[in-house]
Design a protein around this ligand. Structure first.
Ligand code: PLP
Length: 424
């Protein structure tokens, strides 16, 4: 196919008319579709239905003989930490089980760092004149919102297809104001990319001007595969320790997209010193986490094999939705030069790079046709995409039928916006 840029004026006018017709036809269907947030679908939540009746009928005693109904157990039940060592890539004694949100644990870590500093800090971060975090772009909007809420300056870093651009990262951490780097190391939100061993090794070993620099290692998609291959990431905690930077990584994960998004378990894992730091603060905040939910999870998932089988059931529901988006984008856009898009092996998102200057227009066109897309710019710090090109598609929540219809609409909007930009 001839790209949009290489077409004659007559050819372009013809394509424009066809794209307009396709758009009007889509709009006339009067659909109400939403591809904005990476939430599990009701069918995915149903996979954990059996969990809700567990830890009942007197079944509330842990292997150590503790009563899970009572206060205490700040670090989490031992057999639950053991079950999730694989998810965290950390030994059980370096894992803390929180309540239902890893984002809350990230929030608390940042709030405590601002108020008290972290191991290695000369003073609380809030007493410094300037604190900055490196933000891989495209990235997770809630990471960026957290920095913005607390006045942490954000420095964008480009992604490469195998993690953040390490030359940029290594140069940036020479500035002592830089205290953190957001990382989603596997099936990243939203690019779907996985950090290479070399990226992880360089992150663990790089020289940072700030002695209390932290990697916020948000492994939200650690077991969320879309293919039979279970992709692995190098062990960040081990590599940091081997490089002489044992306290560098704060690791986070949760079962939000394993069991129940609103009622799962969240985890923090790190060096022994960082775990002590975390628990000392957590114990001022609560007399203990919800241990019945912890028992519920261990009774339901049982072991690593149980967790893998459960994730295979998610994959069976999710993979066809991703395939439907890929099919529509390919059919309408391949060879046109109007967009590039990712074909992720896991995670919850497809990232589309539309023609520069058209992402906002694509979102507007889609909205007019009854299709809600994530606002353009959402995947950049401060919501500003300087190229106005990145779109984040979240196919997990709508039914397969709705995703298929939405994908058609998205492809048509991208094509129309690109042709109109070329004709201007
Ligand atoms: N981190 C990333 C990268 C995410 O994409 C999400 C949810 O979409 C979260 C964290 C939220 O995690 P939780 O539900 O454990 O708070």
């Amino acid at each position: 196919m001839t790209t949009i840029a290489d077409r004659s004026a007559a050819d372009l006018a013809d394509l424009h008319a066809r794209a307009r017709d396709a758009y009007e036809a889509f709009k006339a269907r009067g659909l109400k579709l939403d591809m904005t947030r990476g939430k599990p679908s009701p069918e995915q939540l149903d996979l954990a239905a059996g969990m809700l009746g567990l830890a009942g009928n007197g079944d509330y005693v842990t292997q150590a003989g503790e009563d899970a109904r009572n206060y205490g157990g700040q670090q989490g039940i031992a057999e639950v930490r053991a079950l999730f060592t694989h998810l965290l890539d950390a030994p059980a004694d370096q894992i803390v089980v929180g309540d239902n949100s890893s984002l809350a644990m990230m929030h608390d870590s940042i709030a405590w760092a601002l108020l008290t500093g972290v191991p290695g800090s000369a003073k609380p971060w809030s007493k410094e004149s300037d604190i900055a975090f490196l933000c891989p772009v495209p990235g997770y909007d809630r990471h960026f919102a957290l920095c913005e809420a607390y006045g942490i300056r954000m420095i964008p870093v480009p992604m490469t297809g195998h993690g953040p651009d390490m030359d940029v990262v290594e140069a940036a951490v020479a500035d002592p104001a830089v205290r953190g780097l957001w990382c989603v190391p596997k099936y990243s939100n939203p690019s779907g990319e996985t950090y290479s061993d070399e990226t992880v090794r360089r992150l663990a070993a790089m020289k940072t001007a700030a002695p209390d620099f932290r990697l916020f290692w948000d492994n939200a998609y650690a077991v969320h595969h879309l293919t039979p291959e279970r992709v692995a990431v190098a062990n960040i905690l081990t590599l940091c320790a081997e490089a002489g930077n044992p306290d560098r990584a704060f690791v986070f994960a949760s079962t939000s997209k394993i069991t129940l998004a609103g009622a799962g378990l969240a985890f923090f894992a790190s060096s022994p010193d960082n775990v002590r730091w975390y628990l000392a603060r957590a114990s001022k905040r609560t007399i203990g986490p919800d241990k019945l939910n912890q028992l519920r999870h261990v009774r339901f998932l049982r072991d690593g094999a149980g967790l893998d089988a459960h994730m295979d059931a998610h994959r069976a529901l999710l993979a066809p939705k991703f395939a439907a988006v890929e099919e529509a984008l390919s059919r309408h856009l391949a060879g046109t030069g109007a967009a590039k898009w990712t074909k992720p092996d896991g995670g919850y998102f497809i990232t589309v790079e539309a023609r520069d200057g058209t992402a906002t227009e694509v979102v507007r066109l889609a909205k007019e046709a009854g299709l809600a897309l994530t606002p353009a710019g959402a995947t950049s710090p401060y919501g500003r995409d300087p190229r106005d090109s990145v779109l984040r598609l979240a196919p997990s929540y709508p039914s397969l039928k709705d995703v298929t219809a939405a994908a058609e609409g998205i492809a048509v909007c991208i094509l129309l916006a690109s042709v109109e930009a070329e004709r201007r």
